[in-house]
Design a binder for this molecule. Structure first.
Ligand code: UGA
Length: 437
């Protein structure tokens, strides 16, 4: 099969590389010339474990290539995937579809024969209908079916998620498109990954419902964690105690500083906008968005209290080492990372912030210029009045606690990811606080 992937960002690049690894011929397109040049030279624009090797192997096998020339990439393709960004629109939180529609118009001009246009970008309900209208208007003589095929991969585990998905959702009622999509996903089909065929609008909504549900699960356990702290219970045991119930499930019940990233914050907001437009409020998701927003700054206040302040004042002149800046481990993505709000509230309180992250320091420097960036956890902690674990990178899971305490001005640790057993940290001389324990 010949597959064209428009947009070589996270989803486009991972999907394109994985499709080529299935044996398809894939061309990844992007407008950004420097990105395409870098990819051609074997340099990845994002940090994703295993992606560089996967790309190199498939480029070498002649199945994967990169171009800025959309027109030639689209001509003759069996399937054209749209995997461009759908950021939150400034001002109102709706998903910004301008890149999706611009790509659609370019596809209409480039298409030469029957094809299937597949939206992989996360797009609000009804976007497929609009894509279809644009194609019908600009390429009226072409046989083009429009399919929704949302992506459920997680950053940091994207290749595994793509190759061993819990399910594949395909929104189309067109028989030819169904067959093309079956062929596209044939290797997974043979692996017995469930393929769910639905209406196109349903597929679009499944994506938002899945992310909103997961964001709700996290926010639920975060509030239960606060309650645990108030009543003297342990949230990790609560998570285990409820998660063993198959109806609840144990995943996504890790209490922490609030969810971040490029998906949950933007997709929950976009779902609220859709619900508002259709006058069908989703109050639970409204509460989730608000609770999660408040939580990030509340984490800043928690750190200030650990420094002896009252939550907003009383920490002036102190120094804090922030370990982990990205929104989660194994990515260099800083989008909506809890560290951004936490660091800002510390700076607002007059605290000096030193930071270290294994992969995220370059993007972090641009977003948080007032932080002193260090080369490792111990350097960051040197002279600090507290260390805060914000992101649970593996390198922070087995710190030499005695050594860490030894370089600090005062041995105080705030562990926002519950990485350590409290007794172990306290034995090393730390005043230790964590989440919901
Ligand atoms: C999320 C979904 O998990 C993917 O299925 C989806 O495809 C993707 O969004 C998307 O829409 O593209 P991702 O944003 O990469 O993936 O990261 P997650 O692993 O879901 O984590 C999101 C946030 O929730 C992180 O800040 C993480 O620290 C937090 N989290 C996650 C918790 O605080 N507790 C948990 O138990 C799980």
């Amino acid at each position: 099969m010949r597959i064209t992937m428009i947009g070589s960002g996270y989803v486009g690049l991972v999907s394109g590389a994985c499709f080529s690894d299935f044996g398809h011929d894939v061309i990844c397109v992007d407008k950004d010339e420097s990105k395409i040049a870098a990819l051609e030279a074997g340099r990845m624009p994002i940090f994703e474990p295993g992606l560089d090797k996967l790309v190199a192997a498939n480029v070498a096998a002649g199945r994967l290539s990169f171009t800025t020339d959309l027109k030639s990439a689209v001509a003759g393709a069996d399937a054209v995937f749209i995997a461009v960004g759908t950021p939150s629109r400034r001002g109102d939180g709706h998903a910004d579809l301008s890149y999706v529609f611009a790509a659609t118009r370019e596809i209409a001009e480039a298409v030469t024969g029957p094809t299937v246009v597949v939206t992989k970008s996360t797009v609000p309900v009804g976007t497929g209908d609009k894509v279809e209208e644009i194609l019908a208007e600009l390429a009226p003589d072409m046989d083009i079916a429009v399919v929704s095929n949302p992506e459920f991969l997680r950053e940091g585990a994207a290749i595994g998620d793509f190759k061993r998905p819990d399910r594949i959702v395909i929104g189309t009622e067109d028989a030819r498109a169904m067959q093309v999509m079956r062929d596209v996903y044939r290797p997974l089909y043979l692996n017995e990954s469930p393929i769910l065929f639905t209406g196109r609008r349903t597929a679009e909504l499944i994506k938002y419902a899945a992310n909103a549900f997961l964001a709700t699960k996290i926010t639920f356990i975060n509030e239960i964690a606060d309650l645990c702290e108030a009543v003297g219970a342990n949230v990790q045991d609560v998570s285990r105690g409820i998660g063993l119930d198959n109806r609840i499930g144990s995943k996504f019940l890790h209490a922490g500083p609030g969810y971040g990233g490029s998906c949950f914050p933007k997709d929950t907001l976009a779902l609220l906008k859709t619900a508002e437009d259709y006058e069908t409020p989703v109050r639970i998701v409204e509460a989730v968005v608000q609770v999660n927003d408040n939580r990030k700054r509340a984490m800043g206040r928690k750190v200030i209290r650990a420094l002896g302040g009252d939550g907003t004042t009383g920490a002036k002149g102190k120094t804090v080492a922030v370990l982990g800046l990205t929104f989660k481990p194994n990515t260099d993505d800083m989008r909506d990372a809890p560290s951004l709000a936490i660091v800002q509230s510390l700076l607002d309180a007059g605290v000096t912030v030193r930071g270290y992250d294994p992969e995220g320091m370059e993007p972090a420097k641009a977003m948080m210029p007032d932080v002193t960036y260090c080369n490792n956890a111990y350097e960051a902690a040197t002279g600090a009045d507290a260390v805060v674990i914000v992101t649970e990178w593996d390198v922070f899971r087995a710190l030499d606690l005695k050594r860490l305490a030894g370089v600090m001005a005062a041995p105080v640790m705030v562990d926002l990811r519950n990485v350590y057993p409290p007794a172990e940290v306290e034995r090393a001389g730390f005043a230790y606080s964590s989440i919901g324990r």
